[in-house]
Design a protein around this ligand. Structure first.
Ligand code: ATP
Length: 317
């Protein structure tokens, strides 16, 4: 079978519509009830053959992305290659549109995208279960980036069950200057929340998602990490207030922040809120996005030079 010359995979960002956090476990992780919703802000990862593993990145936040083997896309390629006894000789190019260190799982998204791209490029044919296994090894948020849509994550967030969503939700995401370190936000959570209890998914929130009802969802949005993120970055209070004043149904910190998320009544209202947030001077930029969005998806596999498909014809299936 002819291998493609390059494979491009598109992968969404996420927002946590519920993030309930339990006390720190002996292993340092926290038990979570984490309701993920994939949103239509995307990175694209292109995998192409190379002499050795190489990462490049382009986009507004590209200078903040590590280009060494700590990049989750590089680690994904190495894990998949090791499993199949291959050399991870691949050039991974990340077209980055998801804010970096913004609490929207951009690094996790690139890990999932690189895995799917390398699987297609190398023809490894890994099963969905195997890919999910590797994702869980890469990090708690990575399996969700692979599946997309909406899902409840339990354990440290990596045990996923998918959820029904009955309509489209419209959001605005405001990027802040600089990132917040996820471990630092959890440490602040531990300091602020000595009596944290075992986390549970909120039935009212799951019903709001099923119904596709933005008003009901607005009343149920909850992020236990928000006080910790605001404590480390007090200026987020101004951004949250600016979104509420502009007509958001609800305003919250996205994951561990510092990106803030605003739920709008509809598309038009989301556009107005984004304009008002941009004008408010309380954030670096504001973008609209709809949810749910599909998980890591192969966009294009360009044919190898000289292959039948490259020459304009393809064998009959
Ligand atoms: P999460 O929401 O999962 O906590 P985040 O959105 O806050 O994550 P990321 O954008 O994933 O944060 O980046 C966190 C850190 O991970 C970065 O500061 C960077 O050093 C590292 N990193 C590793 N791989 C990547 C990648 N492909 N893109 C961005 N950051 C990466």
């Amino acid at each position: 079978m002819t291998r493609p010359a390059a494979v491009t995979v598109r992968v969404p960002a996420k927002v946590n519509v519920q993030l309930a956090v339990g006390p720190a476990r002996p292993d340092g992780f926290h038990d979570l009830a984490n309701v993920f919703l994939a949103v239509g802000l995307y990175d694209e990862v292109t995998a192409a053959p190379a002499d050795s593993l190489r990462i490049t990145c382009a986009g507004p936040d590209a200078d903040k992305v590590p280009l060494d083997r700590t990049n989750l896309a590089a680690r994904a390629a190495e894990l998949l290659a090791a499993r199949y006894g291959l050399a991870p000789d691949v050039h991974l190019h990340i077209a980055k549109d998801i804010p970096v260190a913004g609490g929207m799982a951009g690094g996790s998204a690139d890990g999932a995208a690189a895995l799917v791209a390398c699987d297609a490029l190398w023809g490894t044919g890994a099963s969905r279960a195997e890919l999910l296994d590797i994702c869980a090894e890469l990090g708690s948020d990575v399996p969700f980036s692979l599946v997309g849509g909406a899902a409840l994550g339990t354990g440290r967030g990596e045990k996923l069950s998918s959820l029904d969503v009955g309509g489209t939700f419209h959001w605005v995401f405001a990027a802040a200057d600089g990132g917040l370190s996820t471990p630092a936000v959890y440490r602040e959570f531990d300091r602020l929340t000595p009596g944290a209890v075992a986390p549970e998914a909120d039935e009212a929130l799951l019903a709001a998602l099923r119904a596709g009802d933005p008003f009901a969802l607005a009343g149920a949005l909850a992020n236990d990490l928000q006080p910790a993120a605001v404590s480390l970055r007090p200026s987020l209070t101004d951004t949250l207030a600016a979104g509420t004043a502009a007509g958001a149904l609800a305003s919250l910190v996205s994951g561990s922040g510092p990106t803030t998320a605003f739920l709008a009544e509809g598309e038009e209202s989301a556009r107005r809120i984004a304009e008002a947030l941009t004008a408010s001077g309380t954030c670096r930029s504001a973008r609209v996005a709809a949810s749910p969005a599909p998980g890591a998806t192969v966009l294009a596999a360009s044919p190898a030079p000289g292959s039948p498909a490259d020459l304009g014809w393809a064998p009959t299936p």
